[in-house]
Design a protein. Sequence first.
Length: 485
Amino acid sequence: MSKGSAYVASRLPEIVGAEHVLTDIRVCAKYEVDGVRPSVAVRPGAAAEIAEILRFAAADQLAVIPMGGRTKLGIGMPPRQFDLALDLSRLNRVLAYDPRDLTCGVESGVLFADLDRQLAAERQFLPLAPAFADRATLGGIIAAGADSPLRYAYGSARDYLLGMEFITGDGVFSKSGGRVVKNVTGYDLHKLLIGSLGTLAVITRLNFRTFPLPPAQQTFLASFPTVPEALSFCAAIAKSPLQPKLVEALDRGTARLFAARGCTRTSGDAWSAVITAAGQQAVVERHARDLERMAGDMRASEFAPLNDSEQAALLGCITEFPRLILEAFPRAAIFRIAALPAAMPDLLRQISAALERQRLDQATLVRASGVVYVAMLPPTSRDAADENAPAKNDAAKNDAADKNDADENPDIRLVTAGREIMKVGVAGGWRPLIEWCPPSVKRELRAAGGSIWPPAGDEHFLAERLKKVFDPHGILAPGRFQGGV
């Protein structure tokens, strides 16, 4: 800090009240970002207080990271500087909700689960379906650019986020878009904040379009021995007249993970396709007939509708995929790769080869709309079998020595595989991101000249200019975004 934490702690109570300024070391540890701990955490209760805090931080060059439920802080690179945690959890009001207009306006600290319950009471929903749904806030979900399994039918947040109010790094109130569909005019500046990780501005209000809950819903499971067959089935659905709510594919590693969490309706085959149809009962029944016929034509080893409990368990596991991985394998790294559906078989083949070379297991979830999640899992017991095999020549001895080095520091394998997959992704024109990984892996990547992000290209100049416009003093989450922005 440019000035002592005691000085900062003495100034902040004037803005938010002493009870909302937290300086205890143990409390501040809960706000760590990749092992970097702030000196002070502050809990404003209004947008005006946030603006005053940011003006104070800018004047004293204090680095600020905004946060809510703290479920997405693992996304992004470690901050270059972190002085002040801006806890937005007190901004938790639903400001406007008109079920007839299918719109709602909320403060950024509203929990997704709380809004979901309120919308469900009116037979409506918001198709974000985030991981960590019980703790995630709307502002954090948007700032992290969180993906949703419902994007197949409803698109991403940018398709139903109508407008936003936010405060720039120099404490200026701003807004973009509108509060209802017909009032959305002008430049969609708020869409720049989607996925920005809090590096441009602090979100204070979000206006969404909501959707009616379908009267009927049914989920189906189709199993295939290989990934090309499973993905071909998904592609055939996209080309058909059917309009399902969700189409996902998962490998055996993901099926095992789901089974361990009580989701028993997953296949023993290499790949499974999961399809959810929703709408009027006649629409759901047509999906059932046509999907069964298509699965038979494409020689699926199994096709089955799921009952209500099986459906809830499986869809819950799909939604919480990153959470389940991190709970089962705290040292795992998870790629999120955007790619055209036609490119996915080749992408998955190259990823599997890279992980096999590093003796890493994997759990894969494919969103048929164009997103692949690949969890790189830490070394398993098969390494012990490798150690018992005698080295037959000098090359084998060198390989064994390299393997022992990797065993002493398993992060090396994740870093090596991660850099290879990143290179493959960039060369293929895909958009790879290591969305989740231990802080030690991020440090190893940085030391090796890499990052969780792909190399910054021509867009880096634009990103830097936007940063200077929105955050001229560079105090918001410095270094967390692509290219060190």
